[in-house]
Design a protein around this ligand. Structure first.
Ligand code: MLT
Length: 403
């Protein structure tokens, strides 16, 4: 008889978005006329910029003509796009070769699948709180997971692993806390990884939200990182491709691992992708190329400014109401400390039932997230303003003064 994968019993029953929907349902069903403002899932809301639409249209039109039609493409990604990605790094002073770039259908799948190129008995270090994909995917595959504490005291930047870890997941700017690591902090991880022969999986999906040019947007800004770090990027949050699906992963040929000659991990990821993935959509890749053009970059950065204005409206609005908040300066997430006495889910319920705002309970990101909520700055401006107004009207400063 077939046996189930028992590790599914070690993770929460539902992904956090499903848990939120389940928790909100009774209120929604019993209040059919109430309009809820969704600041829960980090889902983009603004239309694609004209350059992206133009690129996608070109991709569609190419498919309609015999001379430009393409079927399966290069599983590693359209060479033109891989070259453009390498140049994008080059313009930022980093040397990434197209052969190290693997175009994907988004960061989430790569974050979940990348550990497959490492041994099953690898110990995986992740921060707490954390984007649940790193944790759940490794638990499902039966790997041992150890936690690096990301607490208010250390500005939510995780400490270095306390025990031996072979794979270290990092995310900066961070989902969920909005914290961003300095170059020195990233260097400490790179030094640690090199010293302990570990590999860092660096999720840079929110890099374009960094406002301060002095803060690193890529792990490869740190010398030596190419020998010990894989970087995962996405067009989802930087260009609104959450539904289109496109991202990339850099697996440098210099990457080192026990018993592996140079290029082995790059070759393994290539083998994995050519076997289990047929490449990203050719239409989406034309869109990606257009986004990386100078005009595409200008337009998408203006859109990011829009979301960051939302973030500052939420941050300042909540601070004005007496709440303590973190993040929201270099990331589209605001990490709100619940007022004293409220757990994450209790304050989620308060905001849902009184202010009609949906948030994400911090505890869904790990035990250190208990007592916090994450608010997403993705949303139409009027909804963001409405949400902040509603929270302020429904919860006076009085209530929050001990937050
Ligand atoms: C989020 O953190 O809300 C996400 O980016 C959506 C997801 O991938 O779960």
């Amino acid at each position: 008889m077939a046996k189930i994968n028992p590790h599914f019993n070690e993770i929460a029953q539902g992904y956090f978005s499903a848990e939120i929907a389940k928790r909100a349902k009774p209120f929604i069903d019993s209040h059919p006329g109430v309009e809820l403002i969704k600041l829960g899932i980090g889902n983009t809301t603004e239309p694609l910029v004209p350059a992206a639409i133009e690129g996608l249209r070109k991709g569609v039109e190419k498919l309609g003509k015999p001379e430009t039609y393409t079927g399966y493409g290069d599983e590693q990604g359209d060479e033109r796009l891989r070259k453009a990605i390498a140049e994008w790094y080059g313009a930022r002073g980093m040397d990434v070769e197209p052969g190290a770039v693997f175009v994907s259908d988004g960061a989430k799948t790569d974050c979940a699948n990348i550990s497959s190129i490492f041994s099953d008995d690898s110990v995986v270090a992740i921060s707490d709180p954390v984007y649940p994909v790193y944790r759940d995917s490794n638990i499902i595959e039966g790997r041992k997971v150890v936690y690096m504490q990301g607490l208010e005291e250390n500005g939510f930047i995780p400490e270095l692993p306390r025990e031996k870890a072979d794979i270290i997941f990092l995310c900066s700017p961070n989902n969920p806390t909005g914290a961003v690591a300095t170059k020195e902090q990233l260097k400490a991880f790179v030094d640690h990884a090199r010293e302990h022969n570990a590999v860092i999986i660096f999720d840079a999906a929110y890099s374009e939200y960094i406002r301060d040019p002095g803060l690193p947007k890529s792990i490869y800004e740190v010398d030596g990182a190419k020998t010990c770090a894989i970087e995962i990027q996405s067009f989802s949050k930087s260009a609104g491709f959450t539904g289109v699906r496109l991202g990339w992963t850099v697996v440098p040929k210099e990457l080192q691992a026990e018993g592996a000659s140079p290029g082995t991990l790059n070759q393994f990821w290539n083998r994995r992708q050519t076997t289990m993935f047929n490449g990203a959509s050719n239409i989406a890749q034309e869109g990606g190329l257009a986004i990386l053009s100078p005009e595409g970059q200008k337009q998408t950065h203006e859109q990011i400014d829009y979301y960051m204005k939302n973030a500052s409206i939420i941050k300042e609005g909540l601070e004005g109401a007496g709440l303590k908040v973190f993040g929201g300066v270099h990331a589209p997430y605001i990490w709100l400390k619940c007022p004293a006495g409220f757990s994450s889910w209790e304050f989620f319920d308060e905001l849902l039932t009184k202010a009609h705002v949906i948030t994400t309970p911090g505890v869904t990101f790990g035990k250190n997230g208990e007592g916090y909520l994450r608010l997403s700055a993705f949303g139409h401006r009027e909804n963001i303003e409405k949400a902040v107004r509603s929270i302020r009207e429904n919860f006076g400063t009085e209530m929050f003064k001990h937050a």
